[in-house]
Design a protein around this ligand. Structure first.
Ligand code: SF4
Length: 147
């Protein structure tokens, strides 16, 4: 079973109400068991919502509001759903395909906190949590599993 960012599958859960649909990920999802996740929405943030980035370990949105608690809650709730689905399917978690650069889903690189589209080394909250659990986290930029 795979974990996939909902926005990559075309769900309109991005901060701006849109998605990050990618064809090959949708095709991949048709051939594998997966769970679609959006930790920001599960954490109680609305669609649309102000964009947020990580600064010194906290998540601050572009209006200056600290939304770290929602990110932490979202990670917890998503993890509970992942474990439940894995148990229902009786399948191990094979990996996660998460949206690059996001303060939740970004893996290896995240936006730098200045809202200028610049990235720095780091992981989003969910990506970091999954890595701590020993789960392989990939972004849509790093790998095309259909190749
Ligand atoms: S990057 Fe992650 S948190 Fe952001 S919209 Fe996509 S699934 Fe939700």
């Amino acid at each position: 079973m795979y974990i996939i960012s909902g926005c990559l599958l075309g769900e309109n859960c991005r901060y701006n109400g849109g998605n990050n649909y990618i064809d090959w990920i949708k095709e991949f999802s048709k051939k594998h068991n997966y769970i679609s996740v959006c930790p920001e929405v599960d954490g109680g943030l609305e669609i649309p919502r102000p964009p947020a980035e990580i600064t010194e370990g906290r998540v601050i949105n572009c209006e200056g509001t600290d939304v770290t608690d929602a990110f932490l809650r979202g990670t917890e709730i998503v993890w509970e759903k992942i474990v439940r689905k894995s148990q229902e399917l009786g399948e191990e978690i094979e990996g996660a395909i998460l949206k690059a650069n996001s303060p939740s889903c970004g893996s290896g690189k995240i936006y730098d906190g200045t809202f200028s589209r610049k990235t720095i080394d780091g992981d989003g909250f969910l990506a970091a949590f999954l890595k701590e659990k020993g789960i392989k986290v990939m972004s849509e930029l790093e790998i095309n599993l259909e190749d």
